[in-house]
Design a protein around this ligand. Sequence first.
Ligand SMILES: Nc1ncnc2c1ncn2[C@@H]1O[C@H](COP(=O)(O)OP(=O)(O)O)[C@@H](O)[C@H]1O
Ligand SMILES: [Mg+2]
Length: 283
Amino acid sequence: MFKSAISIENLCFCYEKDKPVLNHITLDIKEGEFFALLGSNGAGKSTLLRLMNGLLKDYSGVIKIFGKNIREIKKDKLFTIVCTVFQDPNDQLFALTVYEDISFGPRNMGLSDKEVDQRVINSLEAVGLHGFENRPIKTLSYGQKKRLCIAGVLAMQPRVILMDEPLSGLDPMGVREIATLLKRLNKEKGLTVVMATHEVDLIPLYVDRVAILSKGCITRLGEPSAVFSGSEELKNAKLRLPYIAKLMEQLKLDGAIDYNKLPLTVGEAKKELLKKLNNNTIF
Ligand SMILES: Nc1ncnc2c1ncn2[C@@H]1O[C@H](COP(=O)(O)OP(=O)(O)O)[C@@H](O)[C@H]1O
Ligand SMILES: [Mg+2]
């Protein structure tokens, strides 16, 4: 049996009266899952993350973290269990140097200097910023700042990481590196990762389950293959299929290729195309 990391029941929230932003959200994210909240701009992703990390309190419904009602968990304690990487690194980074920034959280947890130093070194190592301890933050590139934010969160050794659009604003190589890093931490350390994103192409590569969030409602939930088979929900949520899946779907509609399961990644598409090419050579 998988343990529940975050369970949400009938959650409703609005910033302004009579203008609902989240409507009757029910969701169960398991420990060790890599989970994506997929939605277009304004769908409510960031708001849902802010509710999961206890920053917004004026909601109805129940949010539980590892079985305990979030309202009953002290703020200091909650921030060591669930940590958030915000969308814009400049909203998160406040110190002058890399060391100062990463050490802030662990120091506040009352850890010894030795333990704090070790955590700074380990988390910088994990994000590929080994040796950056004394660098002034303002000299880092955008991608390096994003990594630093992740390092800061890793140093807290949380059980759940919430990421708000962690890949936006990165170049293609940066996207791959950060996504691979998150996947590795998820696999190796059993870290639960919840990622808010609108980037459909990456979902099938990294994510265990995905929920489509549209106008504050979850309209589809499941493994990427199941979620991407619902073209109506994707359209209604102002999303699209991954490009490679779109190509394969078009080829099938044209009668050029046939398959049982829509390929969602380049690897899956390659397999189907090679099958077709090999068959053509035989006949
Ligand atoms: N602080 C706020 N006050 C009022 N409305 C807000 C606030 N933050 C977000 N909203 C509104 O809530 C809705 C959901 O926003 P958000 O959660 O940021 O969506 P997403 O992250 O999916 O783009 C939007 O309509 C947005 O305008
Ligand atoms: Mg957002």
